[in-house]
Design a protein around this ligand. Structure first.
Ligand SMILES: Nc1ncnc2c1ncn2[C@@H]1O[C@H](COP(=O)(O)OP(=O)(O)OP(=O)(O)O)[C@@H](O)[C@H]1O
Ligand SMILES: CC(=O)C(=O)O
Ligand SMILES: [K+]
Ligand SMILES: [Mg+2]
Length: 559
């Protein structure tokens, strides 16, 4: 890959994934524009960070946005960065956090567990020392067919008409010239001469010419760049072939080891690749519940296969959220169907109150170039207009030349389109169905919460209030409010750092950690005075306050 322009500040020079000393790393964000550091009070570093106020944890990015732009202009769409060699150093992670990264994603297809452990440690350190609440998402490899490691090189160009061999043989060290490894042992038996091999969602295509034992001879028909461990699908007579590869388990034995690793490292979310049915999600959720007693890990279903589309509603109902994984999805359904499927998934997730992520190729050209294409900006805008909870960077932040610039594009486009949608009423309008029908006592309590949140957000829009405040221990009421997508931001106060991190993935929520009292009035007055003291709100601001501890709605003017 040739850098045609000056590289991004954070990815310049040699890749250093060691732990820089965070105490001396300073703030290296150049386009983040958020200089104020707000460390957690738990670190005892208050003296070196004068902006700290006791009693409340919020990150410097939210704080600066609130101070500079007032309540209404904070960003509602959340941003996820896949971490890779271009972004794994402490200072690089810090720059991304400063530029608005809400969630760091670790793709277990790549890197060793040790490597991932280093990133997790850095993110955790960043949160503790600088007051961020960057959540961690682990993404499983899954057992779909993919290529091997390219024998150590970072990429290989396949030219039109070239002959390549796909082999299920194991090679030690360098691969023979023109050979690619395939991880699925049944590959050579399943494919037939004349089949089309689609690599990396169509970035490169081959036609099968001949089979010789474990080797499949192919000719390149669509040239492109081959990347390590890229996914491979095969097509016959214009249809995706589902042979024995369709029987591969969604969660492989390697995935289970990665999941154990994720649980023990305390990640916030686990995203499951190539989900086919709701059962696999249920199974994983009960496994997690039996392994981690007091910690909740959100399980996200990645929608990236034909099978997942068949069972979409069942899958989303049992998952804690979903990802529109357009990379692989675009290799399994015709490309022209991807936009409508995206819209359908985003709508369904909102109806079912599950956070939804739109992922892959949002700013693909920024892997190599410092500015996005107009088409990419339009794609990002559409996802923002659909009011997806989060947008995700993949290669752009993992191995691209301009991770920070790509994140900055997502941030500025989100802010601009959100404002335009609010001012011009250009959102995707949606009538929300009732989530919980009346029956048992528990559901009645849930129904009350739902009604309170619907009404609070309706009132907030009609009265033009500056913010909704929600006091919530488990975060549920905050997510019910987020589902309503009100015009004003939602300040979510919760008493655990884990819930605060989880809420950081959801649309419109600005999560704070605060020791909650059982007395609502105490909570309200404390948050008013703390936020006022830090310049995040002003006398006269109008706020709607709701709580899951005392099911109530209050309209309050900041004294
Ligand atoms: N931890 C990592 N180490 C090295 N390279 C990485 C890492 N994570 C991502 N990358 C690189 O960034 C590219 C894009 O990242 P991404 O997570 O989207 O991978 P992917 O394999 O395309 O996605 P998925 O497997 O989830 O469908 C990868 O193809 C790989 O080259
Ligand atoms: C993110 C991912 O897995 C995909 O787009 O395929
Ligand atoms: K993956
Ligand atoms: Mg995928």
């Amino acid at each position: 890959m040739v850098a045609k322009y000056k590289k991004d500040g954070i990815s310049s020079g040699a890749v250093d994934c060691g732990l820089a000393d965070p105490a001396v790393s300073g703030t290296s964000g150049s386009d983040g524009g958020n200089g104020a550091a707000a460390p957690s009070r738990a670190t005892g570093l208050a003296s070196s960070f004068p902006s700290i106020a006791p009693g409340i944890d919020v990150d410097s990015v939210s704080e600066a946005e609130l101070k500079e732009n007032g309540f209404r202009s904070t960003r509602r769409t959340k941003l996820i960065c896949t971490i890779g060699p271009a972004s794994c150093g402490f200072e690089q992670l810090e720059a991304l956090a400063m530029a608005g990264m809400n969630v760091a994603r670790l793709n277990m297809c790549h890197g060793t567990r040790e490597w991932h452990r280093g990133v997790i440690k850095s993110v955790r350190q960043l949160n503790e020392m600088k007051g961020y609440s960057v959540a961690l998402m682990m993404d499983t490899e899954g057992s779909e067919i993919h290529m091997g490691d390219l024998g150590g090189v970072t990429s290989q160009k396949a030219e039109d008409g070239e002959e390549w061999t796909f082999s299920v043989r194991k090679f030690d060290g360098a691969l023979p010239e023109g050979t690619l490894q395939v991880n699925y042992e049944g590959f050579a038996e399943d494919v037939m001469a004349g089949d089309e091999l689609v690599v990396d969602g169509g970035m490169v295509r081959f036609e099968v010419v001949d089979k010789i034992g474990p080797d499949v001879k192919c000719r390149c028909i669509d040239p492109g760049l081959l990347l390590p461990r890229a996914n491979v699908t095969f097509w016959r007579n214009g249809r995706l072939v589902r042979e024995r590869n369709a029987m591969l388990p969604t969660i492989s034995s390697k995935d289970w080891l990665d999941i154990d690793f994720g649980i023990s490292e305390g990640v916030d979310f686990i995203a499951i690749s190539f989900v086919k049915t709701a059962d696999v999600i249920k199974h994983l959720k009960s496994y997690i519940a039996s392994r981690s007693t007091n910690r909740q890990i959100g399980v996200f279903a990645k929608i990236e296969s034909c099978d997942s589309l068949k069972n979409l509603e069942d899958i989303i109902r049992v998952a804690d959220g979903a990802m529109v994984a357009r990379g692989d999805l675009g290799a399994q359904i015709p490309l022209e169907q991807v936009p409508s499927v995206q819209r359908e998934i985003v709508t369904l997730c909102r109806q079912l109150n599950k956070p939804v992520i739109v992922a892959s190729q949002l700013l693909e050209s920024m892997i190599e170039y410092p500015t996005p294409t107009r088409a990419e900006v339009a794609d990002v805008s559409e996802a923002v207009r659909q009011r997806a909870d989060a947008l995700m960077l993949s290669g752009e932040s993992a191995m691209g030349q301009f991770p920070l610039k790509a994140l900055s594009v997502l941030r500025t486009v989100s802010l601009r389109i959100e404002r335009w949608c609010r001012e011009q009423k250009r959102h995707e309008m949606m009538r929300l169905r009732e989530l919980s029908p009346p029956s048992s006592d528990r559901q009645t309590a849930e129904r009350v919460s739902e009604q309170i949140c619907n009404s609070a957000s309706h009132m907030a829009n009609n009265l033009g209030v500056d913010a909704i405040f929600v006091y919530t221990r488990d975060g549920h009421m905050a997510s019910l409010l987020s589902r309503c997508r009100p015009d004003c931001p939602i300040f979510a106060f919760t008493d655990t750092t884990a819930v605060r991190r989880r809420l950081n993935l959801q649309w419109g929520l600005i999560p704070f950690r605060l020791d909650l009292s059982t007395d609502m009035e105490v909570n309200i007055l404390r948050t008013f005075s703390l936020l006022k003291a830090r310049g995040m709100m002003n006398s006269g601001d109008l706020v709607i306050a709701v709580s899951d501890m005392l099911q109530s709605i209050q309209i309050r003017k900041i004294p």
